[in-house]
Design a protein around this ligand. Structure first.
Ligand code: C2E
Ligand code: CA
Ligand code: CA
Length: 380
């Protein structure tokens, strides 16, 4: 902080401290290290590093504005500026001294670039903050500007016949082209935008089911829809699914919702209630990325499930990695004993398919049968 001379420095520090406390949230910590240096510890930021970076930068900019406003010290007006350095931490193993050093280095970098600046310790984070902030802004307009599209990826049985498709979200950005869901779904989840986006996906998928129902070649096909935990945990989730079915006239028995294992660890009673309510209408459930989380078999048995989906991470090296093969085999055996269907995803070669089949798998999805594509390109 740079303060002009000839004023009561202690009073200035007190007023600055007051402004810092006012601008931070309840639960954050504001401390003065000494001299004119303050440290702010922000907790409860997002677990996604890039989003946490955007959140902390937003606060930093707010602090700079507050600190640079006029001070009234013993009836004299003063103005000063500040430089802010930020470091993000997420591991309990981080050493406090190291974190302070990182923030200090970032602060000197900020100071070197001029007054009232914010800098991150990690330069990549600085770049990420800029892109993430941009994505958040643009996501808000993506729905209303109809920039989302659904791609379809075929799912097949033992004979290679289509049994359905999984819908995968695509964002056709007017300037940046196609953006992968891996890039924007975490941001959409953090901002809650996944709720309206997910609702749009459901609605579109149901519309497609309703149109497939009109032709004998497609009437028996199912559509699998990925459901985010944020979406599923909403109180009105069941109603929104039923609304989509009702509005489109889609057959609930052709709709399969893909949940991930990690979603099933929290409030099991609530999860079971929601799943059962939808199952009563005929809606099916699959557990995506199975094998990557920590499902309790006891919980699994209680849930109205239809399918386990072997994660592509185990399929990729199934021919060469004994551990992957063992995990895939146990998912297949488990599904058989729980009387569930099992599907393998990420199947790219005949050899992978043949091995999975010999292990008891009976449904497949992957580049071998078709990459995700627009509905016009889908061959079923
Ligand atoms: P996921 O549900 O595990 O989807 C499978 C991903 O693997 C897709 O990536 C798909 O394109 C890719 N894939 C399929 N077959 C193969 C293969 O043979 N080899 C390889 N290497 N990859 C294959 P995509 O489309 O980029 O989607 C990534 C993730 O984004 C999805 O993973 C899902 O978690 C999420 N996602 C996609 N659409 C939605 C959506 O509508 N809602 C929500 N909540 N999440 C979505
Ligand atoms: Ca999926
Ligand atoms: Ca998956």
């Amino acid at each position: 902080m740079i303060a002009p001379g000839m004023i009561n420095g202690d009073l200035l520090l007190c007023q600055v401290a007051e402004r810092l406390v006012q601008a931070t949230r309840h639960g954050d910590t504001v401390a003065r290290l000494g001299g004119d240096e303050f440290v702010i510890l922000m907790t409860e930021l997002s677990n996604t590093e890039e989003v946490a970076a955007v959140q902390s930068e937003t606060l930093a900019v707010k602090l700079l504005t507050k600190v640079s406003q006029l001070y009234d010290i013993e009836a004299i007006s003063y103005q000063c500026s500040a430089s802010i350095g930020i470091t993000i931490f997420n591991r309990s193993a981080d050493v406090v001294g190291d974190l302070l050093k990182q923030a200090d280095m970032a602060m000197y970098k900020a100071k070197a670039t001029g007054r009232n600046r914010v800098c991150f310790f990690n330069p990549k984070m600085q770049a990420d903050v800029n892109t993430k902030a941009e994505i958040i802004q643009e996501l808000y307009t993506a729905i209303s500007n109809e920039q989302f599209e659904l791609y379809y990826q075929k799912q097949v049985d033992d004979h290679g016949h289509a049994i359905g498709a999984e819908v995968l979200l695509r964002w056709r950005h007017p300037m940046k082209g196609m953006i992968s869901p891996a890039q924007f779904i975490p941001v959409a989840e953090d901002t809650g935008l996944i709720v309206p986006i997910g609702q749009w996906v459901l609605q579109q998928a149901c519309q497609m089911l309703a149109s497939w129902a009109k032709a004998s070649a497609t009437e028996a096909l199912t559509i699998a829809v990925n459901i985010s935990a944020i979406q599923f945990n909403k109180n009105n989730f069941v109603q929104t699914v039923l609304d989509a079915l009702h509005k489109t006239g889609a057959n609930p028995r052709r709709l399969k919702l893909e949940l991930t294992e990690s979603m099933l660890v929290s409030d099991i009673a609530d999860i079971k209630t929601k799943m059962s309510a939808l199952q009563q209408h005929g809606v099916m459930f699959s557990i995506d990325d199975f094998g990557t989380g920590y499902s309790s078999l006891f919980y699994l048995k209680q849930l109205p499930l239809n399918q386990l989906k072997i994660d592509q991470a185990f399929v990729r090296d199934i021919l060469v990695d004994d551990n992957d093969r063992a995990i895939a085999q146990s998912v297949i055996t488990l599904s058989q004993s729980l009387k569930l269907e099992v599907i393998a995803e990420g199947v790219e070669t005949q050899a992978q398919r043949a091995l999975l089949q010999s292990m008891g798998c009976s449904a497949y999805q992957g580049y071998l049968f078709g990459k995700p594509c627009s509905i016009d390109e889908l061959e079923i």
